[in-house]
Design a protein around this ligand. Structure first.
Ligand code: ATP
Ligand code: GAR
Ligand code: MG
Length: 389
């Protein structure tokens, strides 16, 4: 068989699955990797490998076995030193080994954004002991947000409103962190008006932006997102300026999800993913090219003549509420028959559930973002997960 390029995908969740579909449409061969079998992206890829991507030897062996043109990380939990090593030997790491190393830990990207580039961020301190946490909170003031430097999707994160809660927050962060570095970031709590993801595409022909995506988070994890979100021209310009600085610093080609808090006219940089973003799943319905199509085109060096918003759109998550290995989905017909707009769904096919695990999303396109949000949320409510036989 003849392929455009061979891709080794590191992480095979829902974002990887849509990326595989986009890359395969452009003629790529994709081998999907993750730590468990039957992961969403593996189900649609040409091949798969099951191993811990945090194990450097296993990661190097998978890259040597498949000899891909591109290594495309899809999760943060990867032994990124190996990516730096293979990049030196001519394998293209997407977007770059430096980007994956800097964003894997919150302290890495914070030092780039606040330190080197001087972007506006929340006040912050790092802490490795409870005493340092207390000193950090004294620096930021209360409330503050405490997060393990290595974690994602809100894991180990808590907002502290009183000094008496600091010890519990530190213990919670340490118990839920990834890896073995007992380090947290203590951040000033930003009472933002709203928060956005600015999908930013770094291509050979320059940097492109999608219209801003608004989203709502609970327990540090996204519940619904919508596009576009109302924002002044000045605020958009400020977010674009910061996003351009960060992605140019991180280098390489691909799509980034750059997260900002907005308070009045002030735009505050939060963090970014050097890859498609969960809140960006709304682009599966809202744009001519989804964030996954854009990532694939940017990686392959293919043109992106224009990014067109098809209309106000929204996505809403479908979450599990318990641990189970036998799953069933009901209500799909009712969800897809929702009146008032265009409705679609993505069920990820994860082989098992756990409380709050994201199993699918609904997508809606309507007259206004408010309508799209309502339709997406109602459609998500119609899809019921059945557990057990
Ligand atoms: N300093 C802060 N002030 C106010 N809210 C915050 C702050 N930091 C985080 N949050 C809230 O928590 C959410 C998750 O935080 P953050 O993006 O840092 O976590 P994460 O674990 O990296 O999540 P993900 O991997 O899903 O992006 C934010 O989108 C925001 O709603
Ligand atoms: N915010 C990061 C994010 O949304 N990542 C997405 O979730 C998957 C893990 O899901 P799981 O925990 O259900 O296996 C990842 O593989 C990626 O697709
Ligand atoms: Mg985030």
């Amino acid at each position: 068989m003849a392929f455009t390029a061979k891709i080794l995908l590191l992480g095979s969740g829902e974002l990887g699955r849509e990326f595989v579909i986009s890359a395969k449409r452009l003629g790529c061969e994709v081998v999907a990797c993750d730590s468990y079998a039957g992961a969403p992206a593996m189900q649609v890829a040409d091949g798969f490998e099951v191993f811990s991507m945090l194990d450097g030897d296993l990661l190097r062996a998978a890259i040597e076995k498949h000899r891909p043109d591109f290594v495309v990380p899809e999760v943060e939990a990867i032994r990124t030193e190996i990516l730096a090593e293979v990049e030196k030997h001519g394998v293209t790491v997407v977007p770059s080994a430096r980007a994956t190393m800097m964003t894997m830990n919150r302290d890495g990207i914070r030092e780039v954004a606040a330190g080197e580039l001087g972007l506006r961020t929340s006040r912050y301190r790092y802490a490795e002991t409870l005493e340092e946490v207390r000193a950090g909170a004294a620096h930021t003031g209360l409330p503050c947000v405490i997060k393990p430097v290595m974690s994602s999707s809100g894991k180990g994160q808590s907002t502290v409103r009183a000094e008496s809660e600091l010890e519990a927050a530190w213990n919670y962060a340490v118990a839920n962190m990834r890896g073995d570095r007992r380090r947290v970031i203590v951040e000033e709590f930003i009472a933002f008006d709203y928060e956005i993801t600015l999908l930013t595409v770094r291509t050979r022909d320059g940097v492109l932006f999608c219209p801003p995506i608004g989203h709502r988070q609970e327990r540090g994890d996204y519940q619904e997102s919508w596009q576009p979100t109302p924002m002044s021209d000045a605020a958009i310009a400020s977010a674009q300026d910061m996003a351009r600085k960060v992605v140019d610093d991180l280098g390489g080609y691909g799509l980034f999800g750059v997260e900002f808090f907005v308070k009045g006219e002030e735009v505050i940089f939060s963090e970014l993913s050097p890859r498609p973003h969960d809140t960006g799943m709304v682009t599966l319905i809202s744009q001519n090219l989804s964030e996954f199509d854009l990532h694939a085109r940017a990686i392959l060096g293919l043109p992106i003549p224009s990014i067109v918003l098809r209309g106000p759109s929204a996505s809403a998550v479908i979450l599990a509420d318990r641990d189970a290995t036998t799953l069933r989905y009901d209500g799909l017909a009712e969800a897809l028959a929702m009146p008032g707009g265009e409705v679609d769904v993505r069920l990820f096919g994860k082989p098992n559930s756990r409380p709050y695990r994201r199993m699918g999303v609904t997508l809606a396109l309507a007259e206004t973002t408010d309508d799209a949000r309502r339709i997406a949320a109602e459609a998500a409510g119609k899809i019921r997960i059945g557990y057990g036989d």
